[in-house]
Design a protein around this ligand. Sequence first.
Ligand code: GTP
Ligand code: MG
Length: 425
Amino acid sequence: MDVTDALTPVVTIGLNRNSSSFDYSMTELNNLVEANNMTVAETLVQKLDKPDPATYFGKGKIEELKQVVIDDGVATIVANDELSPSQIRNIEKATNARIIDRTGLILEIFANRAQSREAKLQVELAKLKYQLPRLHTSASQRLDQQTGTASGAGGATNRGAGESQYELNRRTLEKRITHVNQELKEASKADQTKRKQRDQSDIPTVALVGYTNAGKSTVMNGLIKLLGEDEDKQVLVKNMLFATLDTSIRRLTLPDQKTFLLSDTVGFVSQLPHQLVQAFKSTLSEAANADLLIQVVDGSDPHRDLMMKTTEDTLNEIGVTNMPMIVALNKADKQDIAYPTREGDNLIMSAMDDASLTTLIDMIKEKVFKNYQTISLLIPFSKGEVVSYLNDNTNILKTEYKDDGTLITSELNETDAKRLEKYRV
Ligand SMILES: Nc1nc2c(ncn2[C@@H]2O[C@H](COP(=O)(O)OP(=O)(O)OP(=O)(O)O)[C@@H](O)[C@H]2O)c(=O)[nH]1
Ligand SMILES: [Mg+2]
């Protein structure tokens, strides 16, 4: 059996409001569909200035959609925009197929991918917030199983019963939202403690950010390998949207002993549901607390400018502004250009290429280790532990043995320089 046989076929639909990025957004929708283990049987597009308030598509196009659903034998339609509850209900009624809008689709992908407890809670919170305003469409419906809050009295026909069912559903959702919020708060408290410890350790932190599938995790793995770190520090890389949902942080040590923390996190996509952005705020705050951002861009993608804009808009939405940033225009090996090529804070590179990664490391060094000073220290022989510390943690340029101690010239960060000031010569 062909693998694709197992995938659910869907029809994707979209409204072209004469935007230059429309074709791209449809391509991306189809990629999102595939990322959710479904396959696109057909795509229907209509040119309209604005969606029909009742049915999204116009009347004639809805008829066409109905026919396509029958001809292709599909049971699911995926829309490129967020739909109103009544649009969903009306299209479902007209076509007899289930409809998922763009927001719902992204939420489904995230729900299927979330691994850690925190990511699961964040996704659940986003889903609940998405469902809440949509509840009144399903006044007489049970809540879906995934919220784990199914309630009785299904199929109530009179208005009064429907309303109380709605009330019951709404209260159940709200209760669950409060509960999940509470659990998340506790989880993020633990995160903050960890972050505090890291901040105090004075190790610079660098965060990889960018559009989904740009190559962030590949850059992380490339650096881990190049620096001779353990293979088991590697993270998941996949040619698929949203391969990474959980943040991974790795401590990397350069040949000259300088260390920094590198974090890899969830990627962005256009029209990322704001419920998700909000829910992932704590995951993304890794970026907010970094000393340096590396924005990884798929430089070979014709839509890379749009992807960069989306990344910057999303960072702004979570309050990350004016951060020092290196822009890594990745996947140069797929293009006919020379690499690595450095232009200021931009680097044309390939995550598969050691020379590119070496240049990237040089750029990181310039940015995050700029406060290092070269200092000479005379350490008395009785203070062997200080010499060991310097050996293990700093880049020693010269060691000489004098009558009254060991004279060491090394590169020190501000904290060490201050702490060891008394040995300075
Ligand atoms: N040719 C080429 N492919 C690359 C390069 N960097 C990454 N890729 C491929 O691009 C795909 C996505 O890479 P990832 O590292 O998973 O991308 P990501 O940015 O972490 O994506 P998400 O976790 O989904 O946000 C994988 O198939 C990689 O092998 C590169 O420099 N050149
Ligand atoms: Mg990734």
